[in-house]
Design a binder for this molecule. Sequence first.
Ligand code: PLP
Length: 425
Amino acid sequence: MSARPISEDDARARDAADELATLRERFHVPPFGAGEAAYFAGNSLGLQPKALRARLGQELDDWARVGVEGHLEAARPWVSYHELLREPTARLVGALPAEVVVMNSLTVNLHVLMISFYRPAAQRFKILIEDSAFPSDSYAVRSQVAFHGYDPDEAVVRLKPRPGEAALRSEDVVEQLERGGADIAMVLLGAVNYYSGEYLDIEAITAAGHAAGAQVGWDLAHAAGNVITRLHDWEVDWAAWCSYKYLNSGPGSLAGAFVHERHLADRSLPKLAGWWSTDPAIRFDMGPVVTPVDTADSWQLSNPPILAMAPVLVSLEIFDEVGMDALRAKSIRLTGYLEELLDDAADGRPFEVITPRDAQRRGAQLSVRLSGHDAGKVSAALRRDHGVYADSRRPDVIRLAPAPLYCTFHDCWRAARALAEVLDA
Ligand SMILES: *Cc1c(COP(=O)(O)O)cnc(C)c1O
């Protein structure tokens, strides 16, 4: 153990000096004993904004009051509801308003966008993903490959970290594309890897993918609302993300999609269509053929679920109010503090942080690898005995996400101390 452990008073002093500290009061933090939990699971499911209940109530009231006329007469008319999300979503991920839309769920958006951007040909049919891709992404690309008549085991190239390393390095992805990119049709990577927490260099990898002749898509499930992205400027072809992790929009909530401006008017792209793909000016003429619009909306299929969209809007309002720059600045301080505390606690204990040490190459997550302890049992004890919500990935990794909207420096202190006590017990 460290000669000079960081004190609880130090953590409290940092919270007292934190300008964003009061944001925590906007969220329902799960109770623990007479107080509150230290919630580090926001990378799985973010906390509920307190403002949501009234906002959902408004939609229920409008529906009760005027039924179908709510499409036009609701306080926020349902027929154009998704337009309310467009600009804040664009600000959130660094896009033009026309490039984004909120629709479906994440894996569905991956598929809907791959219909357009995975265009395999005999000499170029492979998809490059990371070996530690989230399973849904891996299943999605394998099924797309099979759908086009190729063999997933041959067509899906899985990039592994260097031997002995837990995270993929951006320069290795770039190198792979430079060396072996000739048969890669599409790249799909998690911008922030769900397991290691590494934030890949989106701009450099996208450029390398393009130089190799591939389309480049990004899964921002662990990046949206966590790190700053400039999807438009970085020339990303397409991206998708869910809204229930750092975006706090509730279990299984709607997902975002991004398509770069340069593709928006491309009528040669294959697309699946539905009545929400067509030009809204003539949607209700009920004609048999889609009239295309040159925005990301043309990838929409169905009329949006308003009760699922209300939480996304409430969440985006919070992000707009705080701004990603301020949030990311706090996030870097908070994650760095947790890292320091964990390193302290790791002195003489069987665990290590496997997330990249460079704050620019990670978001608000530290993954901890245990040796000789079962991660599931440790995370259960953290919650049961200490009110510290973490999550475990079998067999030996615990993930802690100090989400800057509601996690405190004192929470970090609690987490590190609790981990030490659980491992010592
Ligand atoms: C959370 C997550 C998913 C979940 O997919 P859903 O379609 O929302 O169930 C998919 N991919 C990644 C990378 C994730 O982190």
